[in-house]
Design a protein around this ligand. Structure first.
Ligand code: FPP
Length: 228
């Protein structure tokens, strides 16, 4: 497919509502949301998309009920352990975005392990945003800038202090479930991103819906502040 976005960021929204519609607990929505994430990663991998970033747990999600937070953490940890083979077979490098220091030890370990075990793969990168907030990432990056280079700092040089400096800028943001906001997701990297909003709830997503988002992206005229 031509005109493919190099980097796609996905805000996977609507898991709770999907479950509620079925009279099921919210956790069932998250479980099905994980299945949708796998379908979409699979499709992105078939199409040779360079990078997909998934917003799995935000710095604000700690406000949810302890049960739900605990469930999400163990769902993510179990997924990372169980799907290592999937990532390996597809040549996918997994990286982490966010503050790993504030995550429970067991999930931090699963993240460190999968990142290390897939670090040599280069067909595609899946960036998992877990305990991630765009403002938090920028603040953590600012703290890493040497004091004597602040006055000459350029945007390009600053980018090197972000969580994943080698990723290309986000070309396309997808958000599901009818919400139309960025919710603190990759604030720096989405400066010139296109946005695709879908009314479908995330657990209903699959490769076909992903293709529709890519068709929309193809139709956009990207000018990056210039004139064509
Ligand atoms: C938003 O729906 C979804 C989340 C906060 C969690 C997303 C996590 C996953 C899909 C699992 C992890 C995925 C990977 C790839 C490791 P919501 O709960 O806010 O839904 P609602 O707005 O309908 O309540």
């Amino acid at each position: 497919m031509s005109d493919l976005p190099r980097h796609i960021g996905i805000i996977m929204d609507g898991n709770g509502r999907w479950a509620k519609k079925r009279g099921a607990p919210r956790t069932v929505g998250h479980q099905q949301g994980l299945e949708a994430a796998k379908r979409v990663i699979q499709r992105a991998s078939e199409l040779n998309v360079q990078c997909v970033s998934l917003f799995a747990f935000s710095t604000e999600n700690w406000k949810r009920a302890a049960d739900e937070v605990g469930f999400l953490m163990s769902l993510i940890a179990t997924h990372l352990r169980a799907e290592l083979d999937f990532y390996r077979k597809n040549g996918i490098r997994v990286i982490h975005l966010g503050d790993i220091s504030a995550l429970p030890q067991n999930i931090a370990r699963e993240i460190t392990d999968i990142v290390a075990e897939t670090s040599a793969y280069s067909r595609m990168t899946v960036a998992l945003a877990i305990n991630y907030g765009g403002q938090d990432e920028i603040i953590r990056a600012i703290r890493k800038v040497p004091a004597d280079s602040i006055s000459t700092l350029t945007a390009e040089a600053f980018g090197a202090f972000l969580d994943a400096p080698d990723l290309p800028p986000v070309d396309l943001v997808i958000r599901t479930s009818g919400e139309r906001r960025l919710s603190n997701f990759m604030l720096w990297q989405t400066a010139y991103a296109e946005f695709y909003f879908s009314d479908e709830l995330w657990p209903d997503w699959d490769g076909e819906k992903f293709d529709l988002a890519l068709n929309y992206y193809k139709s956009r005229d990207r000018r990056f502040g210039g004139i064509k």
